[in-house]
Design a protein around this ligand. Structure first.
Ligand code: FAD
Length: 386
């Protein structure tokens, strides 16, 4: 038997596995119930065009964490891709996030930063001193009614399948408006895409003589050699699956939003001229379209075909892929109850987005895995060898 079991081969699980194998000389068994490694960051070439498709939605790497940046560069180089998003509203395309370009295009104006700030402040004052009681009022109080209704209201309603007047104000805490023409989507120090794709990067992390990865293996399937009852209590287990599933949903199910993707290969070299186009209006059922060729303009992709993916958002049911935690008051109560139960399992270390029920960007998942190794696993395995 291995020295440690890691459940889940996403960025969290693979970071833990790689560090334990390389730094501590530990034998690690990684299991994943999917037929591929990499969790939600997995990507593959669309067979007819060779265009790299991010199977679980577009993934853009960005970080300001120097330790994470140094770590990930051991396994891949990054392109100089800079992410920018546009949105279609009433037949016109605007730059996102809302910036001076968006404001001036929308109001047919030529405001400088101060005049734009004054305009938005005046429009956002509509509610007076009243505390927003729902997401609709919150949106108006943050950026004023015209911009909120054009760019946020219907998009949010599509994401949540719920009228924003019935959603809690707390869903949107900030709606930053940039008073410059800078429409870079991320503000981080480092940004880029892995030169030869996510899966090559993830495979290099797993490629270590002390790591074995077994796919198509559900940790709760007793017929598999590595499963919960055969391992827990015998070796340390790092569990990155859903925390409620680990406890047989005993405290109730945690709620998630999921996404449906519709992929299409089109006979054109360029469908939309950019990687991500949002659709802000209610009459378009999807929230956005990804066009994958634009993530890698440096690659030699075919000039006569392209791959697009329409994204639809809805509440997850059991069996759907959990993507974004909903985090209602009931979810928070249940999570507290599960956290109390995890404390009763000293040999099981819960991590990653599913194991802790929180949205984590990739750099956050990697950073928190490095911290888990430092703080919780290193003491079990000694001083380290590397
Ligand atoms: P996961 O990648 O989900 O890996 C968990 C693994 O555990 C899965 O492979 C799963 O199959 C396995 N597992 C679960 N249960 C079991 C079981 N019972 N037995 C065996 N295996 C099991 N981050 C960014 O930085 N930039 C982005 O642009 C970005 N875009 C995103 C878009 C979407 C739509 C989503 C949902 C996420 C996005 N992320 C992005 C976040 C990124 O996907 C996460 O940071 C990353 O997936 C976290 O890794 P993880 O290892 O915690 O979880």
């Amino acid at each position: 038997m291995s020295d440690v079991v890691v459940v889940g081969s996403g960025f969290f699980g693979l970071t833990v596995a790689e560090r334990l194998a390389e730094q501590f000389g530990v034998d690690v068994a990684v299991v994943d119930r999917r037929p591929h490694i990499g969790g939600n960051a997995y990507s593959e070439a669309e067979p007819t065009t060779g265009i790299e498709v991010h199977r679980y939605g577009a993934h853009l790497f960005h970080t300001s964490n120097e330790r994470v940046w140094e770590y990930v560069n051991r396994f891949t180089r990054f392109t100089d891709y800079v992410h920018r998003v546009y949105t279609t509203h009433h037949g016109e395309v605007y730059p996102m996030p809302i910036n001076l370009g968006t404001v001036n295009q929308f109001f047919r104006s030529a405001h400088g930063p101060d005049a734009a700030r004054a305009l938005i402040r005046e429009q956002a004052a509509e509610l007076g001193d009243r505390t927003p009681s729902n997401l609709d009022e919150q949106g108006v109080s943050l950026i004023g009614r015209p911009l909120y209704e054009a760019f946020i209201r219907d998009y949010t309603a599509k994401q949540w399948q719920t009228d924003p007047t019935e959603l809690p104000a707390s869903i949107i805490k900030r709606l930053p408006v940039r008073y410059t023409y800078d429409n870079r989507y991320f503000n981080d120090t480092h940004e880029g895409l892995p030169v030869d794709g996510y899966t090559a990067w993830l495979e290099r992390m797993a490629d270590h003589p002390r790591i074995t990865v077994t796919l198509d293996t559900d940790f709760f399937d007793e017929s598999q050699p590595v499963n919960k009852s055969a391992t827990v209590g015998r070796v340390p287990v790092v569990y990155t699956g859903p925390v409620d599933r680990y406890f047989d949903f005993a405290q109730g199910e945690l709620s998630w939003r999921t996404l449906d993707f519709e992929q299409e290969v089109l006979p054109t070299g360029d469908f939309q001229g950019t990687s991500v186009m949002n659709y802000a209006d209610a009459d378009v059922p999807y929230t956005r379209i990804h066009e994958f060729r634009h993530f890698h303009p440096e690659r030699d992709y075919p000039q006569d075909s392209t791959v697009i993916m329409r994204e639809f958002s809805r509440f997850a049911e059991r069996g759907d892929e959990p993507y974004y935690p909903i985090n209602t008051a009931t979810d928070r109560e249940r999570l507290e109850a599960y956290r109390a139960r995890t404390a009763e399992e000293p040999q099981v270390f819960f991590g990653g987005r599913l194991g802790t029920y929180q949205y984590l960007d990739m750099h956050m998942a990697i950073g928190s895995a490095l911290s888990m190794v430092d703080n919780k696993l290193a003491p079990l395995f000694g001083a380290g060898v590397g």
